[in-house]
Design a protein around this ligand. Structure first.
Ligand code: NDP
Length: 459
């Protein structure tokens, strides 16, 4: 008999922790898992799931407007956030229940409590002392304010899901995933939206052509972009807010959303008591196997601040459980992870940007820009799709695929398989398109748009 209460204790019931705990239990481990706030974590409760439902709501508004061009008489008379919120919250509650049942069904001991370290094998779980041979930290991250005067007057992304009505004027700070998705959602739901960001283009780190096309698409839907600007302070003035911008005009708004990034949620865990070290940015330091600086403790998901995406977190959690308890040592790959930004239109991307690939050597770049069939009829402005392939000139391997346009998130899942499998441009060319779709463009881009990279730059 082991001296520990559990073979594995997981701190945090989000995507990473739940998957790791559940799979470890199915491998026969005695698993305890604690969650202090809500089962399913950020993704299910205040992230991907409720956000996507709101994205859908905004899209319905556009479909209703576009329907007239297809012969329908549709009267768009108003939007009731309380109806959407009730449906959204019911779906979140349903998923919460599923998570709880999955863990219980797998035989995990579930604690609705906060867990903190006493030492490397001992935890305080809601006031109860619990020991475990192995511990996995999967506490996720939390949104942060930018630290300007008055920023407590603004919302963070969690607060969006408590709104009782759509703000008439919303100012969003930042131009990452969260800022852009909510800017488009609330514009689609009828708000006037100002978007304030520091760079000259939105979505730093994404492919340049996509960023340029996105900026145009945001303009076309009437989102007022204040690029190259830093927020200075936020003040309440009567019944509204006033955001002062360094070197720019002040913006008046009924609500302000700070989408200025997220940080690992390690505060108060007493990691030092267990010998677990953090990086300068506060993320738990892990090696390639996700082991922390304490030999019996691992960290997975957003708390490691590696690639903060739900499917990445679940993949890492699953691989770790297989490694520790399933006699199947393996790692989830962080390479060629497809991702989507649910803007309007959405962005799908996998692999390298043109700029990153060109640092490694000459690349062939294929770009296609077209109006999808739906919008040749609807005539909705700013709905052009942009597709791009970045191809290694020497091997003809497709290094990156990028798209802004309708259905890009759905399309990119399949393209992601091809890119991760290392397929070549000729493999893409050999594939027969599905007609008429936007996706077929990815297999019909015959003429190289340009050459980039070291050799092209030298010529
Ligand atoms: P990001 O790190 O993507 O973006 C943060 C934004 O805030 C950037 O535009 C950044 O500007 C800006 N910013 C940071 N500090 C300041 C400041 N002091 N003043 C003004 N602007 C500031 O964070 P998000 O919160 O948008 O998203 C967090 C992560 O969550 C993402 O990276 C992603 O991994 C994940 N996520 C994924 C989604 C999906 O898969 N669809 C959806 C939502 C989130 P700058 O560029 O100038 O640094």
């Amino acid at each position: 008999m082991t001296a520990y209460d559990f073979d594995l204790f997981v701190i945090g019931g989000g995507s990473a922790g739940v998957r790791c705990g559940r799979i470890a239990a199915t491998h026969g481990a005695r698993v305890g898992i604690a969650e202090e706030r809500f089962w399913g974590g950020t993704c299910v409760n205040v992230g991907c799931v409720p956000k996507k439902i709101m994205v859908n709501a905004a899209e319905y508004g556009q479909w209703a407007e576009d329907a007239a061009a297809f012969g329908w008489t549709v009267q768009k008379t108003g939007f009731d956030l309380s109806v959407l919120a009730a449906a959204r919250d019911a779906e979140v509650a349903r998923l919460n229940g599923i998570y709880g049942r999955l863990l219980a069904g797998a035989g995990c001991t579930v604690f609705d409590a906060r867990a903190t370290f006493i030492d490397a094998h001992t935890l305080d779980v809601g006031g109860r002392r619990v020991t475990a041979e192995k511990i996995v930290v999967a506490v996720g991250g939390r949104a942060v304010r930018p630290g300007i005067p008055g920023d407590e007057l603004g919302m963070l992304s969690d607060d969006v899901f408590n709104l009782k009505q759509v703000p008439r004027r919303l100012t969003v700070i930042g131009s990452g995933y969260i800022a852009l998705e909510f800017a488009c959602v609330f514009r689609g739901l009828g708000a006037e939206v100002d978007l304030v960001y520091r760079a000259d283009l939105p979505l730093r780190g994404f492919d340049h052509d996509i960023r340029v096309a996105l900026k145009d698409a945001l303009d076309a839907q009437g989102i007022r972009q204040h690029c190259g600007h830093h927020p200075a302070r936020l003040d309440r003035q009567g019944d509204h807010l006033r955001l002062s911008i360094l070197g720019g005009d002040a913006i008046e708004a009924d609500a302000v959303l700070f989408a200025t990034g997220r940080v690992p949620h390690t505060h108060g865990l007493h990691l030092d008591a267990a010998g677990v070290m953090c990086t300068e940015k506060g993320a738990i330091e892990v090696d390639e196997e996700h082991r922390t600086t304490a030999p019996n403790i691992w960290a997975i998901g957003d708390v490691t601040d590696k690639l903060n995406l739900t499917p990445m977190a679940t993949a890492v959690g699953h691989a770790l459980a297989d490694t520790l308890f399933g006699k199947n040592p393996r790692r989830a790959s962080y390479l060629n992870v497809p991702t989507a930004v649910f803007t309007s239109p959405p962005i799908g991307t996998v692999g390298m940007t043109e700029a990153d690939a060109a640092l490694l050597g000459p690349v062939d770049v294929y770009v296609a820009s077209f109006t999808p069939m739906r919008h040749t009829i609807s005539k909705r402005p700013g709905r052009k799709s942009l597709m791009k392939l970045v191809v290694c000139q020497e091997t003809q391997r497709v290094l990156g695929a990028h798209m802004l346009g309708e259905d890009s998130a759905e399309i990119m899942q399949g393209i992601g398989i091809a890119v991760a499998a290392g397929l070549t441009k000729q493999d893409f060319d050999r594939t027969i398109g599905i007609h008429p779709t936007a996706a077929e463009e990815f297999v019909t881009m015959r003429t190289r748009t340009r050459e980039a990279g070291i050799r092209a730059a030298a010529e």
